[in-house]
Design a protein around this ligand. Structure first.
Ligand code: ADP
Ligand code: MG
Length: 717
């Protein structure tokens, strides 16, 4: 008779993947967008003039017209009910980092003992969740709990379909009574608008009269782990913190490099197919699936979409992945570092800027004129990232990502840009071209002439070590954590670039249109002043850390080092100037970040203590008992017994030390002081505890060990 671990493993060995016999009926185009009130459904359910009116708003060409709201609400309700919806919900992304929803049924008593289905324009436009329990960072006191959700017309309404029914889901923004942003969506929308406005000024200088709007595009690649639920259930650390707080390395890890792009196990592929189908139905353009580097690690990527829609869709992706994992008997781990010693997970945010008439502004054209415009935007991004590197770092800072950044598998905490050798060369030519002393060489690069080489889209090589890499026709912000909602990092990126483009536009507007010499000088100046952020080498190397320090680039290793950037005058002015966040809104966000950091670390420390005291220590004691009974039998047993006894002592001490450190940190003062004490003493104490536990794991009898081991979690699914 085995312990619960071996029972789970027996069951896994006999696990049969359910087959979905009718998959041919749910293949591709016929199901895509089936759960979305998209263009097709709108055309079908709305009168033509109303349909056209609504489309203009969705396309960003006009504000929403209140005159059509009741008609739209009626159509939405009819469509939803035709697809089985009984309830509707305003879906939003409060600053918890998860989505929130409260469901209301369409049914309304009609007074004669019956009910009718109702859904008014007001129900569609606005909701008022009793929202006193969402974090507001002090913006909204509990006694004045009003918060409003407001329909985000640009993000498609969709259905969440469960085995028992469907819920009509309306993406919304969440604001306080005073009109302040309480969510992740509003600042993102504001930042997109700011960026679009500045980008358009530059396009006009280049003679573009046709585009009426510039928006950002986003394609987030999502990494994740899947492990068997029956094993996961026996790990309180995984269930409560999303990562293993203990665990000796598996004898086999990722060293054979046989997982990356390897053939996908039947059970996982079955899950992925289910996920793809579900997401296609919800109109999420999922494209790619593959095995990632670490055992039990995988990745999915969608086709890119407009920034805010793509961000909402990433939330839908994470929620759907979690729900389906449950259905397949798996546990989804989105944590940045679920397992020590093997790769963690990130979210590569592929990002660009596009016009409403379909031009990607980071696509190097093949004629010199297009090149000049491309280089202008490229250098605009370079300057934005260099000037606001500290903010970009702060925007990806949290307890989870601290384990991953700089861990020799993920980009370091130093924000730098990889352009690829060809572009880097172009930028350095540009730098020389504009300087007065190099006017001779200047002839080498005249943006108005065709001496500038054509820049094919695949001109860039690959550099996996850069946090911010140019990859052909987009940038890839790779330092974002796998569990993070992508709204906030994008908000910061958009605002940083808006700031840089605003300066560029100010300078350009002083030049005669077509003055490419003048343009060259401006770009050359930017190249000179900001080339320090460009780095082509190995971002994991020691040399880069030293070099970055010489260049004066910020290297904020932990969340505690990174967050203060959001409290600077520079940050306040930047966000206020572009109307993205008021000083109060920014301070609230920062507050929430600190709070969250401290809470997450306390949950981890509490879980570690609980597991160590009630699972590990008893196992060690039990083993010690067995050994001492057998001590007379052999010298080896006596040696082992001594080892286990001293490790058990160390365990007791490490537990007390962690409890003490946590207690001291708690009394350190305000939340920033507590966070600082956590980095200084709680995390080291927790790491010491882990070393003792992991050492015990390697010598205590396997049948006495109370939790599934890495070798089981990572390979038995
Ligand atoms: P790679 O494998 O080089 O990372 P892919 O072509 O697979 O690149 O693209 C990765 C992600 O980048 C995909 O989600 C893709 O849709 C997205 N992407 C491609 N072009 C753009 C763009 N212009 N803006 C934003 N994302 C983009
Ligand atoms: Mg990529």
């Amino acid at each position: 008779m085995g312990n619960s671990r071996s029972v789970a493993i027996d069951q896994i060995a006999n696990h049969k993947v359910e087959s979905n016999q009718n998959y041919l009926e749910h293949a591709g185009a016929d199901i895509y967008g089936q759960y979305v009130f998209g263009e097709e459904a709108q055309r079908q359910y709305l009168a033509k003039p109303i349909f056209k009116n609504l489309r203009r708003t969705i396309d960003g060409l006009q504000p929403f017209d209140p005159a059509i709201v009741d008609a739209v609400a009626h159509a939405v309700k009819e469509w939803g009910m035709a697809h089985g919806a009984t309830h509707y919900t305003h879906w939003f992304v409060p600053m918890t980092g998860s989505t929130a929803e409260k469901h209301d049924s369409f049914l309304s008593p009609s007074g004669d003992g019956k009910t009718i289905a109702e859904f008014s324009g007001k129900n569609l436009l606005q909701g008022e969740p009793d929202a006193s329990s969402f974090p507001s960072g002090g913006i909204r006191a509990t006694f004045e709990a009003r918060g409003y959700t407001a329909w985000d017309v640009t993000s498609p309404i969709f259905l969440q379909v469960e085995p028992n029914g469907a819920t009509l889901t309306i993406p919304t923004a969440y604001v306080s009574y005073t009109g302040e942003a309480l969510d992740h969506k509003i600042p993102l929308l504001r930042s997109q608008e700011a960026l679009g406005k500045q980008a358009l000024r530059i396009l006009r200088w280049f003679g573009n009269a046709s585009s009426s709007r510039v928006f950002t595009t986003i394609g987030p690649e999502q990494e994740y782990f899947l492990i068997d639920r029956r094993l996961a259930e026996q790990r309180p650390d995984l269930l409560l913190t999303g990562r293993t707080l203990f665990g000796a390395p598996s004898p086999k890890g990722q060293e054979l490099e046989d997982q990356y792009f390897g053939s996908i196990r039947e059970r996982i592929l079955s899950y992925m197919m289910d996920m793809d189908r579900e997401l296609w139905r919800m109109g999420v353009p999922v494209k790619t699936r593959h095995n990632e580097v670490a055992p039990a690690q995988f990745e999915m990527a969608p086709v890119f979409e407009a920034g805010s829609v793509g961000s909402d869709h990433n939330m839908v992706v994470m929620a759907t992945m979690r729900r389906l994992a449950q259905k397949h008997g798996l546990l989804l781990l989105l944590h940045e570092k679920p397992f020590a010693g093997i790769n963690g997970s990130g979210k590569h945010n592929n990002w660009s800027m596009a016009t409403d008439d379909g031009e990607n502004l980071l696509d190097p054209g093949d004629d010199p004129h297009a090149n000049a415009q491309f280089l202008t935007f490229l250098l605009g991004v370079v300057r934005g990232v260099n000037v606001h590197a500290d903010l970009l770092r702060a925007g990806i800072a949290d307890a989870g990502n601290d384990h991953r950044l700089g861990a020799n598998e993920a980009p370091p905490a130093i924000m730098s840009i990889f352009l690829g050798s060809q572009l880097e060369d172009v930028v350095s030519q540009l730098e020389q071209a504009g300087s007065a002393s190099a006017s001779k060489h200047g002839a080498r690069l005249d943006l108005g002439a065709d001496s500038l080489p054509a820049l094919p889209a695949d001109a860039t090589d690959r550099n996996r070590t850069s946090p911010f890499a140019f990859t052909g026709n987009k940038f890839e912000f790779r330092a974002v954590g796998s569990s993070a909602p992508i709204y906030w990092p994008q908000t910061i990126l958009n605002t940083a670039v808006a700031d840089s483009l605003a300066q560029l536009a100010d300078e350009l507007e002083k030049l005669r249109i077509g003055d490419f010499d003048g343009l060259t000088k401006i770009l050359s100046g930017i190249a000179k002043a900001h080339k320090q952020v460009l780095f082509e080498g190995n971002g994991y190397s020691e040399e880069w850390h030293a070099e970055a320090a010489r260049r004066g680039l910020p290297n904020n290793k932990t969340t505690v080092d990174a967050l203060p950037a959001l409290a600077t005058e520079k940050a306040k002015q930047l966000f206020a100037r572009f109307g993205v966040l008021s000083e109060r809104e920014l301070a609230a966000r920062l507050d929430i970040n600190w709070e969250r950091y401290v809470k997450v670390q306390n949950i981890e420390a509490n879980t570690a203590l609980d597991v160590a005291r009630t699972l590990i220590l008893p196992a060690a004691v039990r083993y010690l008992g067995q050994l001492s009974k057998a001590a007379g039998l052999s010298k080896a047993v006596r040696t082992l017994s001594g080892e286990v006894a001293s490790l058990t002592d160390e365990l007791g001490e490490a537990i007390e030390a962690l409890a003490h450190a946590q207690h001291e940190a708690h009394g350190a003062g305000d939340v920033v002081a507590e966070a600082t004490a956590i980095v200084g003493s709680v995390i080291p104490a927790q790491n010491r505890l882990r070393v003792v536990v992991d050492t015990l794991e390697t010598i205590v009898a396997d049948d006495l060990w109370p939790m599934p081991k890495y070798r089981e979690l990572l390979f038995q699914y």
